[in-house]
Structure formats: structure tokens, C-alpha cells
Design a protein around this ligand. Sequence first.
Ligand code: GDP
Ligand code: MG
Ligand code: K
Length: 298
Amino acid sequence: MTEAFKSGFISIIGRPNVGKSTFMNRVIGQKIAIMSDKAQTTRNKIQGVYTTEDAQLVFLDTPGIHKPKHKLGDFMVKVAEQSLNEVDLVMFMVNAKEGFGRGDEYIINMLQKVNQPVFLIVNKIDEVHPDELLPLIDEYRERYDFAEIVPISALEGNNVDHLVQLMTDRMEEGPQYYPEDHITDHPERFVISEMVREKALQLTREEVPHSIAVVIDNIEEREQNNTVYVQATIIVERSSQKGIIIGKQGGMLKEIGQRARKDIESLLGSKVYLELWVKVQKDWRNRANQLQEYGYRS
Ligand code: GDP
Ligand code: MG
Ligand code: K
């Protein structure tokens, strides 16, 4: 008897450097999530799609899972809570070596408003003695009623297959949202959009906080001149932000493009022609179809 195809969206949350990207890379098997020591480099968008014959798990990164530092904070907290309620499963990853911290407390408070099952993933178990693990788990367990508690080492791979199985078991019958070759088609798509977004954020500083998304419209390789043509759109929420991104006589956009192009060239190992557009789209973060629209597009 064949079982029905299962699918769902999974949000991975946790303090910076607990190993979220490392886990993604291990599961998807390719370097599609940006690994960085810098917090907040990723947005609520698809980080990776894991497809087997029986199931598809779509991993998302969620904004606002950090302690708010300024007045946009409350808004971001709401967006985060809302995003977490839109997925099928939440993975809260913590570091086995560090123990419960304030960043975790902030996340656990947020989880009180989440109705979906939450897994506690205790990562980096390769760095601790097994005896240290139970007291650590208890610290978390007494604060939240987790659906599962799974110790892993994302780096060495311990228990990762088991975790993937547990996640799959939780998924309900559903469609295959993305073709199975989606990731292998353009593994660099997500990274490229992150590179553009990162340059835009770096160069505009506080002026356009949290308000940028980057969509890759097209990637095309032309073999005759070994050049990859990339068209991308930077999406902002207000026309004032569009003005900042474009800059005087287009100077800012040009600078963003030049810096991003250098990164993309070293990522792809070929010449890159990068064309950037800027578009205003009010309230894009709250739109229900944002997952599809600002994730991968084929
Ligand atoms: P993120 O900020 O949560 O995405 O964390 P990263 O995936 O970027 O990882 C941060 C650092 O922790 C990197 O240096 C990883 O190599 C390291 N790391 C991730 N998972 C493990 C693990 O299971 N064991 C050990 N020892 N290190 C890990
Ligand atoms: Mg990361
Ligand atoms: K990080």
C-alpha cells in the first residue's frame, strides 16, 4: 500500500550561531543557507526544500527572532509570531554547550503564542559530555511543552536522519509545492538574493531597516562568453526607501550592484552581469502569499 504524499513548512528558529544554517546544509546537502556569524542575515523565506518520494519539507527562516533593539521591534515580534503560526512545525534550535540564555527566554515567550508543534533541537552534542545533556534539556523542558526533544550534531550528522524522520511523521498529506530538482536547479538563487540584500542593508544602514526583500527574477548562463546574467528586484515598502536604495543619480543602486556582483562572481566562478530593479510593495511582509512570492521562483 502506498501512503499519501506529505508536505509542510518548517520554521527553524534559535539564537545566532546555534547551527541553523549548518543543519540546513546537512539536510539539503548543499550550501544553500548562508553561514555567517552576523545575526539577521536571513529573512523569512525559503532556505531549502527537502524532497523524497514520500514527502517534501520546506524550511523557512523567520524574521524577528531576535531581541528587538528599536521601535520597529514590536512590529517584528508580531510578524514573527504570525509567521510561526503559519508554518506546520517549528524547530527551536539551541546550543548544547551554552545552556539556557536570555535570547532563548525571548524566543520561549514568543512560542507561548504559537499553536503549532514545537521541537526542541539540542545541537552541538559533539561538544558536550552526555551527562551534561539531561540537566540542560530540563532547563528548557520546564519552560515549554515541546512536542519532541531531539539532540543532534548538525556538524557531524548524529541523529539528523532521525530528526528528519520525526519531522516527516508530523507532516500532513499535502502537495509537492516545488519540483524535486528545484534546489539542484539553482542552489545559488537564494544565496544570490541574500548577497544583494546584504549589500543593500550594509550601504543604507539604518535608513531602510527590515524592509527589503530581494527576488531573483532570472538567472541565465551564456556559455559563449562564460557570463551569468542575473536579474533581481529589490522590494521595499515605501517610495522614500526606494529613493534611498536608488540614491543620487542611481549611485547607491550602482554601488549595491557592484559589491554584490563581486560576491556573486566568486560564488559562481564566472563573470556576472547583474541587473537590479527596485520596486515598492506596501506591506509585503504581511501578505498571506509571501512565502511563495518571495521564496524560490522558477
Ligand atoms: P546559525 O547562525 O544558527 O545559522 O549557525 P551556523 O550554522 O552558521 O553555525 C555557527 C557555528 O557553529 C559554525 O562555526 C558551525 O560550524 C558551528 N556548528 C554548527 N553545528 C555544529 C555542531 O553540531 N557541532 C559543532 N561542534 N559545531 C557546530
Ligand atoms: Mg544562519
Ligand atoms: K548566523
